[in-house]
Ligand binder design. Sequence first.
Ligand SMILES: [Ca+2]
Ligand SMILES: [Ca+2]
Length: 232
Amino acid sequence: MTNRLRTLLLSTAAVLFVALAGSQARADIIYLPNATAPSGGVGHQPESILSIQSPGSTSNAAGGVSWNGSKDVRSGDAKNGVHTKTLTFGQAGITNAGQLRIFMDTEDPDNDLTLNSLVLTAYGSNGQVLFQGSLAAPIDFGNEQNGQGHGDRVFALDAIQAARLQAVFFANPNLRLGLFASTSDDTGSFTNFKLGQGPTAPAAVPEPATMILFGTGIAGIAARARRRTKKA
Ligand SMILES: [Ca+2]
Ligand SMILES: [Ca+2]
C-alpha cells in the first residue's frame, strides 16, 4: 500500500467519523404520515404532556414544559393542570425510546395549521438537559377534521436519535421528558400533545452493540493504517 493510499484511508476514516459525529449531534423528530393517532382527549391514556392555546383570537401559539430539578416549569401558551406536565418513560408507557411516539391532536376550527417547531428534551434529576430532539422543518397540516379528542398526527425519533435517548435512559432511568411546540393558523383552539407507545418500526432502534462495533471498526481501520505507515 502506498503512503498516499494510507493517508487517503486515514482521511476517509476521519471524515466518516466527523460525519457520524455530526449526524448524531442533530437530533430529529420525524413525522410518520401513515401512523394512526389514538382517540380520547386530555385526561385519557396515553398521557398528555403539553397543550398550547393561542391567546384570545390570535393565530399563533408557542409554549412548553421543562423540569428544573424539583418541579415542572410551564412557559408561553402552555395550558395548566392535566394538560401540561413532564413525563417519565414509565408515565409515557414506554420502556424503549424507539417505541416513543408523540401524538398531536389539533382542534383548529378551519382544520388546518402549521406546526412550526416541536422539541423533545430529556432532563436529569437536577434539571440538566440530557438529550434534545427536534423537528427539522415546519410542517403544514390540512384536513384535520376530527376535532378535539381525536388524535391527528404521529411523530417519533429517528433511529439514531432513539438510540441516543435509549442510552441516556439506561444511565438515567428516572429522566423526565419535556416538550416545546409552536403552531400558527390555529385560531381560537388548542393543540394537544401526548406521549405514548407505537410499534418499534418504522423508527427502529439500532442495537447499541452494532453502533459500538461500527465505531470499533473505524478505529481498527485507522490503527491498522497507522501500523502499516510505521512499518513502511
Ligand atoms: Ca383532533
Ligand atoms: Ca387554521
